[in-house]
Ligand binder design. Structure first.
Ligand code: FAD
Length: 412
């Protein structure tokens, strides 16, 4: 690689943008500075850089690029996804850590990524993280999320809601890989149920709603979420979101593996009658996956409701829109409303006051439509459209209608 210092416009933008979730990680903290009385002060925490294994390194020669706040910091690695990270390979794993991600919508959720981060910390340098995925998936970043081995089980018997057959497959995985730990997300998207079924099948007591695993101990929520329960880390862990930091500092091999023996077909006691259409308006805000949220910049609320219906989105609102009577109080997003966790949050005519941004901190992708390119919502957004909200919503509805009729390209 050349010694040229390359600019990373996205990382620079994040470093300037105090509202971006990675902002703090990209702030340069000086390792030494002149104090008010002329004495040089040193920050012992500002020394060194985070190496590929996640350990802090101090390069006393100064030869490497790992000075404080330089490109090797954890946050910068995350921001600069296009940087080619070092590849970690493991020919003969000493043991396996099994992860069964939810893969909502065929992709790793943020909960799944946290879980893989936890798996990586349990695997260390000699163990392999083996992810088991049911059905087709659309994920292309298993390598950046710490997956060493991938077992994809995509037979028709796993399609839809099939926890009985899935748990049979996990029992086969148990026999063939004998993992040191099983990790599943303690979620309502499948992991919570599958993990409990697996525990019953294996006859092992799992640790549930785990948010920390450290020094052989794990801590999980208990007592209706009001207490912490610490216990020695068992083999089967059902972890909560944010149980660990996702992997960011190297690529992994994602070598495909298969099962040697066929999975026995159980006698299903559950019949999956297929998905039913739900009214997005009836979905509680905290559980909605796709939210269209309107603020003071929305003038035509009938159009806003039409856009939400066309998109199949759950409706949300800023406090001003609620106070003005355009939306119900249960639709308010923010510090004094609901904290939402949508995969996509589309904000129309919302300025991005801190109280509102607090409520969308856990959303995966934030899109914003606003007239003001300098407002905080635009700074926070992953994708911004500058323009009149009404005109853009009209165009969006037309696009969707054309798309449904199979002629999306004809609409300008
Ligand atoms: P504004 O700030 O008025 O912003 C309107 C935006 O619309 C602007 O950015 C403007 O550029 C844009 N716009 C105007 N016309 C158009 C157009 N034609 N097309 C596109 N864009 C346009 N707020 C919350 O949302 N949730 C909370 O939970 C919350 N809790 C609060 C708690 C406390 C204790 C306090 C003091 C405040 C709280 N607030 C909360 C209020 C918050 O401070 C803001 O006042 C509020 O979020 C602003 O709402 P807004 O963005 O819709 O309106």
């Amino acid at each position: 690689m050349s010694d040229l210092i390359r600019r990373d416009p996205r990382a620079e933008w994040i470093a300037r943008n105090r509202l971006h979730p990675l902002h703090a990680a990209l702030q340069e903290s000086p390792s030494s500075w002149m104090g008010p009385n002329g004495v040089v002060r040193k920050n012992p925490h500002g020394q060194g850089f985070i190496g590929p294994s996640g350990l802090k390194r101090i390069d006393r020669s100064g030869a490497s690029g790992g000075a404080p706040g330089r490109e090797t910091s954890r946050g910068r690695a995350q921001a600069a996804a296009e940087v080619v990270l070092p590849l970690f390979t493991l020919a003969e794993p000493a043991f396996y850590i099994l992860v069964v991600p939810d893969m909502v919508g065929g992709r790793l959720s943020s909960h799944d990524r946290d879980l893989l981060g936890l798996a990586r910390s349990l695997a260390g340098e000699s163990g392999a993280v083996l992810a088991v995925v049911f059905g087709e998936h659309k994920e292309s970043a298993f390598d950046l999320n710490g997956v060493d081995r991938l077992l994809q089980l995509d037979g028709g018997e796993y399609a839809g809601y099939a926890p009985e057959q899935q748990v049979q497959a996990l029992a086969a995985v148990e026999r063939e890989f004998n993992p040191r730990h099983w990790l599943l997300p303690d979620s309502r998207s499948g992991g919570g149920e599958l993990g409990r079924r697996l525990a019953a099948l294996l006859g092992e007591r799992p640790a549930t709603r785990v948010w920390q695993v450290k020094d052989g101990q794990c801590i999980g929520r208990a007592g209706a979420g009001r207490q912490d329960l610490a216990r020695p880390t068992p083999r089967l862990i059902l972890a909560a979101a944010e149980c660990a930091e996702p992997v960011t500092d190297r690529r992994h091999e994602v070598r495909a593996v298969t099962l040697q023996h066929a999975v026995p077909r159980g006698l299903p006691r559950i019949e999956d009658l297929g998905a039913v259409t739900v009214d997005p308006a009836a979905i509680p805000m905290a559980e909605a996956e796709f939210i269209l949220s309107g603020g003071n910049g929305v003038k035509d609320w009938a159009l806003f409701h039409r856009a939400a219906a066309a998109l199949g989105a759950t409706e949300g609102a800023s406090r001003v829109a609620v106070d003005d009577g355009f939306m119900g109080r249960d639709r308010q997003v923010g510090a004094s409303g609901t904290w939402v966790t949508a995969r996509v949050y589309l904000a129309v005519g919302i300025s991005g006051a801190i109280q509102h941004l607090q409520g969308i901190g856990a959303c995966d992708k934030v899109l914003a439509i606003n007239l003001d390119p300098g407002c905080d919502m635009i700074k926070r957004a992953d994708l911004a459209v500058i323009g009149d909200g009404a005109a853009i919503l009209e165009a969006l509805i037309a696009r969707i209608a054309a798309h449904r009729q199979g002629g999306a390209r004809d609409v300008a």
